[in-house]
Design a protein around this ligand. Structure first.
Ligand code: HAM
Length: 416
C-alpha cells in the first residue's frame, strides 16, 4: 500500500485553476449582494454544537448523521458548521444587533457534512450565503428570491436552473400538519425504516425527506402541508407569488418541497438543474421566523438562501480573463542583481512580473509561454553593459532594446 498522503475522502484541494473559479463565484455573489445592500461578514467555522443541533432539528439528517462534532480539550462539544444560518443568528444574538435591524449579511466559506461523497456532493464544500434579518413582509421574500435569480444570471446560468417554491405555512399550519402527517405515517409504522419510525415519534415531517426507497413510496401519498394552510399562511404565500410575478421571476410551485432543516416556515425554495447529475439543487433557502427565538434571542423574522460553490462551478466552463505576466530572464548569473532590481521596479508600477533564473533558457521560455506571458525581458552581459534590455513580444515575436523607463511605458500602453 502506498504511503503517499491523501486528502480526506469527500474533500478537495483547490488548485489554482479551481481556486480562480471559486474566487470568481464568490466575488460575483458579493457584488450582486451589494446591489441589494448586503454587507459581507463572517462567523467562526467552529461553534458549540448546541448552536446547530436543536436549531436545525435533531431528527434532520444534517444533525443526526452528518455533523462533524467532537469534544475539545475543555470537554465542550464543538461542531464544524454544517451551514451558515444558525451561526449567523447566533452572532446576531451575541453581538446584540437587534437595534440595528433590518440587517443583510453576505458570507462565504467552507461547510462540513459527513455524507456519502459523489459528484457535486462533498464532505467539505463551500457556500455563498445570504441572510436578510428583521423583515416579515412577503416583499422581502420576493426580493430575496430575485437576488438568487440575479446571482444565477450574473454567472450566466439563468437558463440552466428552474425555481421551485412552496410554502411550509405559519406555525399554526405546521402544528395542524404535524398531527395530520403523524396519523398518516402511523398507519404505515410497520413498513417504515427504523430511521423514519424514530422520526415519527419526534418530528414526523422529517420523514418527508427520507432517503430510504421503501419510505419514499409511502411518502408519495402523504398529505401535503398546503391542505393545512391557515388563512394567514395562504395570504402570505399568495403575496410572495404576486411579488415574484411583479419581478418577472418564473417559478414552479412544488408542494413537496420540505427542505432538510427544521427552522423553515412560510416560503421554501430551491433552484434545480438537470445539468450536474443527481445532486441537482444549486440553491436552497427560505424563511425562518422562529430561529432567533429558539436560540433564546428576541423573536426576529428572517429569510435567506445559500448556493453551493462546487455545484455552481460544475455548471459550465468559466473562461476567466488572466492578467498576462512579464517574465524577466537573466542570461548568466552575473545579471541576476539587475534582473531583481528591474522586476522590483516593474512591480512598483503595478506590472505583474516573474523572475525566472534557473534551468535552461528554452525551458524558462516555455514556462513563460505556459504562464501566458506577453513579454519576456532578457538581461545578459551585453544588456548590462549598455544599460538597455532585450524586450521580446511573445505574440509578435519582435524584439527591441530599451531602457527600463521605455519598457514600463510600452508595457503599460499594451492592450490588456
Ligand atoms: P442547504 O439546502 O442545506 O441549505 O444547502 C444549500 C446549498 O449548498 C445546496 O443547494 C447545495 O448547492 C449546497 N450543498 C449542500 N450540501 C452539499 C454537499 N454535501 N456538497 C456540495 N454542495 C452542497 C442551507 O445550507 C441553508 N443554510 C440555506 C439558507 C440560508 N436558508 C436560509 N438561509
Amino acid at each position: 500500500m502506498s504511503n503517499k498522503l491523501q486528502q480526506l475522502r469527500g474533500t478537495k484541494d483547490l488548485l489554482p485553476e479551481s481556486f480562480k473559479v471559486h474566487d470568481y463565484i464568490i466575488n460575483t455573489a458579493r457584488k450582486v449582494g451589494e446591489l441589494y445592500g448586503y454587507a459581507a461578514m463572517s462567523t467562526p467555522i467552529i461553534e458549540y454544537t448546541k448552536v446547530f443541533d436543536r436549531t436545525l432539528g435533531d431528527t434532520s439528517d444534517v444533525v443526526s448523521k452528518e455533523m462533524y462534532s467532537f469534544l475539545d480539550k475543555s470537554n465542550d462539544s464543538i461542531s464544524l458548521r454544517p451551514e451558515f444560518t444558525a451561526g449567523i443568528i447566533r452572532s446576531f444574538i451575541s453581538n446584540n444587533l437587534h437595534d440595528k435591524l433590518p440587517l443583510k449579511f453576505f458570507s462565504c466559506g467552507p461547510v462540513f457534512r459527513y455524507d456519502r461523497p459523489q459528484a457535486g456532493r462533498q464532505r467539505q464544500f463551500h457556500q455563498v450565503n445570504f441572510e436578510y434579518i428583521g423583515t416579515d413582509s412577503p416583499y422581502s421574500d420576493g426580493e430575496t428570491i430575485k437576488l438568487a435569480c440575479d446571482l444565477l444570471a450574473a454567472l450566466q446560468l439563468e437558463d440552466q436552473a428552474r425555481l421551485e417554491i412552496n410554502s411550509l405555512g405559519c406555525r399554526q399550519s405546521q402544528n395542524i400538519y404535524q398531527q395530520k402527517i403523524f396519523s398518516y405515517f402511523n398507519d404505515y409504522k410497520e413498513q417504515l425504516s427504523d430511521d423514519s419510525v424514530r422520526r415519527l415519534a419526534k418530528n414526523p415531517m422529517r420523514i418527508l425527506d427520507t432517503k430510504d426507497q421503501g419510505d419514499k413510496i409511502i411518502v408519495q401519498n402523504a398529505p401535503l402541508v398546503s391542505e393545512c394552510y391557515t388563512d394567514e399562511a395562504k395570504r402570505y404565500f399568495d403575496a410572495v407569488l404576486k411579488y415574484l410575478d411583479l419581478l418577472n421571476v418564473n417559478y414552479i410551485i412544488n408542494p413537496r418541497i420540505v427542505r432538510g432543516l427544521d427552522y423553515y416556515c412560510h416560503t421554501a425554495f430551491e433552484f434545480i438543474t438537470e445539468n450536474i447529475g443527481s445532486q441537482s439543487t444549486l440553491i436552497g433557502g427560505g424563511r425562518y421566523d422562529g430561529l432567533a427565538k429558539i436560540m433564546n434571542g428576541p423573536q426576529t423574522p428572517a429569510i435567506g438562501f445559500a448556493a453551493g460553490i462546487e455545484r455552481l462551478a460544475l455548471m459550465r466552463q468559466y473562461n476567466l480573463p488572466t492578467i498576462r505576466p512579464v517574465f524577466v530572464i537573466p542570461i548568466g548569473d552575473e545579471s541576476i542583481d539587475s534582473c531583481l532590481i528591474l522586476a522590483d521596479l516593474l512591480r512598483q508600477h503595478n506590472i505583474q512580473t516573474q523572475l525566472y533564473a534557473q534551468g535552461k533558457i528554452d525551458r524558462r521560455l516555455q514556462y513563460a509561454l505556459n504562464a501566458k506571458a506577453r513579454y519576456v525581458i532578457f538581461i545578459g552581459t551585453e544588456e548590462l553593459a549598455n544599460n538597455k534590455y532585450k524586450l521580446k513580444d511573445l505574440d509578435s515575436r519582435q524584439e527591441i532594446l530599451a531602457t527600463s523607463e521605455e519598457i514600463i511605458a510600452l508595457i503599460k500602453q499594451a492592450p490588456k
